[in-house]
Design a protein around this ligand. Sequence first.
Ligand SMILES: [Zn+2]
Length: 62
Amino acid sequence: MGIPKKRTSKMRRDRRRAANNNLRCAAQLNRCSKCGAALVSHRVCAVCGYYGTKKVLTVDNN
Ligand SMILES: [Zn+2]
């Protein structure tokens, strides 16, 4: 491991953290394989009730 030659200024440090912030907080959205709706991964689709290829929930579209 190298030793930093210069102290990172508050501005540089905060700018670096702010730039990475949206990568850290962004929701990981996938597409439902059944209906194509935007979906958080490892969650049952709220539109069609499928998780992967299996139907887990019965959703009534009334
Ligand atoms: Zn779906």
